[in-house]
Design a protein around this ligand. Structure first.
Ligand code: M6R
Length: 591
């Protein structure tokens, strides 16, 4: 949820490079920012609350002198969003400074132990204990940094990664269930939460294993495993394209990414993805589970319906945050399909780890092939949608859907149409819905700016899309929104509907059409404002968004797009930053 970067090299001074790297990783957390550099044996720290560009402008972060440094963007977990709680954190002597990502579960015990020994804490964070522990362990280990790092890590409980700079010029990092990657160029070494932190300078990376400690000294890196044994880890070449994200002609990444969908949607179906092996695992399994969080979970819900209905493969789907309480009961002859854009979501990793320990095979659907999830999977396919910078998942969701349809197509023995001719048509349909941008902007413009409640109705395969649309509205526009299975209205939610309500109905002309129209009638008579999304116009709708005609089971792929756009324009209308919604982060690496 935070980003960390460490740099030691001759490419440039540390500060401007750290600031640029943090801007690239800001999606991971963006409530405060800070850097520490080493200058003539002194560690200088500058930090504050705000986005990287704001804090940099106010505090001139990029002017700190020094060739070695560390940096951080924060997503607060322990301690409020304040300048003092921003990282880096000093040890008492200021000879060590630390940046941390993750949670230290036993920080209170450690803090009181250190305070009794005379250590003085300045912040309310759990992270600061690392600086003080390292300081103590460094003294007690006769100034051996690797011993200090090993001993400190042994005392910390939780999922974490951290990087420390020492005033003798050493940078050290540790990875325990949070990502930490070494970037290697001939002129510099990096330690980063994401390859985006160094991809401008090098495509050579080492993905540290859990429990690894790395020491960077005299232009060299050395890796130790949890038992303090010197180990080698393979150097991976990372795709340069991962780093090539800019807004182009668009005002925000989010709308750019929404518009990219017609060009990225077929990418996961290219031969680089081995669907045959993936599907073999599913065919050979007695039980199929799907898990994911947020948007990825919504995709999983649709996957369950499609697999059950069209491929006759009974499937259970769990939110990962819930699955972790059940995944220890998963049978060994099961497959768990884990869906995650980042491949780093803590809830997903945790539940999958337990299922794997039980003998289940792990199949994952990820955007980042080098992610922790991909690396712990028996088989994975990639979204190939390019970097998604907007915190709201948009193009990654569409590609997750495309992958699930492809899986259903294969497993069902082509019981649905998803061949190349159909795909060409589908791509054109997606483009035709994207072309409604101007119309959708106007619809949102005509809505009351203070709309308080938006309900999205859908039945069957449209219900997961209603849930996903409502998640987008909440996340981007901070408006209360609910996806409702339309048939459930009369069992409770109808009581909420009045003249102030805005109701969006997902109502393509399929077997759900008539029933959804009945629900729409019930809403209409309570005076709600109705936005109909369908291929068939009806007088009940106050506003109509027309979908192209498609095979009945393919509508989810197009009907999500107007909902994404509406959420975006609602946010813009309220002058919110759609790329960086408050309180959220792109990659949720804490439980
Ligand atoms: O990287 P993941 O797909 O595992 O992320 C899971 C959720 O945190 C994510 O989908 C979240 O719900 C999105 N920001 C919603 O737009």
């Amino acid at each position: 949820m935070c980003s960390i970067i460490g740099y030691s090299g001759q490419l440039t001074l540390a500060a401007p490079l750290l600031v640029e790297s943090l801007k690239k990783m800001e999606y991971r957390g963006y409530d405060s920012v800070g850097i520490a550099t080493l200058n003539k044996g002194n560690i200088l720290v500058s930090k504050g609350v705000g986005k990287v560009a704001e804090v940099d402008q106010q505090m001139q972060l990029n002017k700190l002198p020094g060739e070695i440094g560390i940096g951080h963007t924060r997503w607060a977990t322990h301690g409020g969003v304040t300048d003092t709680n921003a990282h880096p954190h000093y040890s008492c002597s200021a000879n060590i400074a630390v940046v941390h990502n993750g949670i230290i579960e036993n920080y209170q015990e450690l803090k009181s132990e250190l305070e009794k020994e005379g250590h003085i804490f300045k912040s309310q964070t759990d992270s600061e204990v690392i600086a003080h522990l390292l300081e103590r362990d460094y003294e007690q280990s006769n100034s051996s940094i690797v011993d200090a790092m090993t001993n400190t890590c042994k005392k910390i409980r939780g999922s974490f990664a951290f990087v420390a700079v020492f005033n003798n010029g050493v940078i050290a990092g540790a990875r325990f269930d949070e990502p930490l990657i070494i970037g290697i160029s001939s002129d510099a070494l990096f330690l980063s939460s994401d390859v985006l932190g160094f991809l401008k300078y090098t495509d050579k990376a080492i993905f540290l294993d859990n429990g690894d400690i790395v020491i960077i000294e005299d232009k060299k890196y050395t890796i130790f495993d949890a038992s303090r044994k010197n180990v080698n880890r393979p150097v991976t070449q990372v795709a340069w394209e991962l780093g090539s994200a800019d807004k182009g002609k668009f005002a925000h990444y989010t709308i750019k990414e929404i518009h990219e969908q017609s060009s990225t949607m077929l990418k996961p179906l290219e031969p680089s993805n081995d669907f045959e092996t993936f599907c073999k695992y599913i065919n050979n399994a007695s039980n199929v589970y799907i898990t994911g969080s947020g948007t990825s979970y919504n995709c999983g819900l649709l996957g369950k319906l499609l697999l059950s209905k069209f491929a006759r493969k009974r499937t259970e789907v769990y939110m990962s945050s819930e699955f972790q309480y059940f995944s220890d009961t998963v049978e060994p002859d099961s497959v768990v399909i884990a869906i995650s854009q980042s491949g780093e979501t803590a809830d997903v990793l945790h539940s999958v780890k337990q299922a794997k320990e039980n003998g289940a095979k792990i199949l994952s659907i990820v955007n980042i092939p080098t992610s922790s999830l991909a690396r712990m999977s028996d088989c994975f396919v990639t979204l190939n949608c390019g970097p998604e910078i907007g915190v709201a998942a948009t193009k990654s969701f569409l590609n997750q859907l495309m992958i699930l349809y492809k899986i259903v197509y294969i497993i069902s023995g082509q019981n649905i149409r998803f061949d190349s001719a159909e795909l060409v048509k589908l791509q054109k349909s997606v483009q035709s819905v994207l072309d409604l941008d101007f119309k959708i902007r106007n619809i949102i413009g005509s809505l009351d700016h203070n709309v308080k409640d938006i309900y999205i109705l859908g039945r069957s395969i449209h219900y997961p899309i209603a849930l996903e649309g409502s998640l987008k509205i909440k996340e981007l526009a901070y408006v209360h929104a609910e996806g409702i299975a339309a048939g459930e209205l009369k069992h409770g939610p109808l009581a909420l509907i009045d003249k102030e309500s805005v109701v969006i109905v997902l109502n393509p002309n399929d077997e759900t059409y008539r029933d959804v129209l009945s629900s729409t009638n019930e809403i209409k008579s309570r005076g709600a404002f109705i936005i109909g999304i369908s291929d068939l116009k009806n007088d009940l709708y106050d506003v109509f968004i027309e979908l192209p005609k498609l095979e009945r089971y393919l509508y989810p792929i197009v009907e999500i797009i107007p909902l994404q756009m509406m959420s975006y324009y609602l946010a813009v209308q309220k002058q919110l930053d759609p790329d960086y919604p408050r309180n959220l982060a792109k990659s949720v690496t804490v439980k």
